[in-house]
Design a protein. Structure first.
Length: 244
């Protein structure tokens, strides 16, 4: 009888111990999961965003290195370049909705070229799909010729496709050389953030009383004839202008 009682007591003690130990194991697992989740969290990135639709004033763009430009600013730089080289330029790709064409340039003979601009980092090369899109899209703009202008390069398959469909392309060093020989693009070696901020503050103070109908401040720009006009600082999302 005594042995039976001791067995029951032993079982009770084991159950109590099991009840105490198991919850502590669960807590350890939860703590482990929490640490894993914390380790997975990615740090906030402060890197430059090329895909931003921001487009600063022409004066600022003409002093920016290519690797500090957004896609919209690179398109604007090419617009200024082609206009100074005798082309009539129509800006097609506003806010990234270009359908494969960013600019349509027309030479003095009336010959139209569809231009696709890609402001990419060196490691990010233009893919074959971009070439195919341009080949198809140029017909929608009544263009005979097509041109890809990229700050990086084309992949091997993209080059083959471009050669097959007679798509001209400027890349990397060639783009830099053409823009420098133009003479108006003079990239600054200063820290862009500081230089840009001072420039924008000066422009903001100068045009604080001139507002666009969209509510943004307007900045001075120059047309092909070098005449000044007010342009919306929210370009290319807003293209409204006013006479000076």
């Amino acid at each position: 009888m005594n042995e039976f009682i001791w067995i029951i007591i032993g079982v009770v003690i084991l159950l109590v111990i099991a009840g105490i130990v198991q919850p502590s194991k669960k807590k350890k697992r939860r703590n482990s999961n929490t640490r894993k989740k914390q380790a997975i969290k990615k740090p906030a990135s402060n890197s430059f965003n090329r895909s931003s639709s921001t487009c600063r004033s022409d004066d600022v763009i003409l002093a920016l290195p290519l690797d500090k430009m957004t896609g919209a600013e690179f398109e604007r730089l090419l617009t200024l370049y082609f206009r100074d080289n005798g082309y009539t330029v129509r800006e097609v790709g506003v806010g990234g909705r270009d359908g494969g064409v960013d600019l349509v340039i027309t030479d003095k003979r009336g010959e139209k070229t569809a231009v696709q601009a890609k402001c990419y980092a060196d490691h990010n090369k233009v893919q074959v799909m971009t070439v195919r899109e341009l080949v198809g899209a140029k017909r929608n703009h009544d263009c005979i010729l097509s041109l890809i202008v990229t700050t990086s390069d084309l992949t091997g398959p993209a080059r083959k496709e471009a050669d097959q469909f007679k798509v001209d392309y400027w890349h990397g060093g060639l783009v830099d050389s053409k823009l420098r020989s133009w003479g108006k693009w003079v990239p600054s070696n200063k820290k862009i953030k500081t230089a840009t901020t001072k420039k924008e503050q000066t422009l903001s103070n100068a045009v604080s009383n001139v507002k666009c109908s969209c509510g943004a401040a307007m900045v001075k720009r120059k047309n092909k004839a070098e005449s000044e006009f007010w342009g919306c600082s929210n370009f290319p999302n807003c293209r409204k202008t006013k006479a000076v």
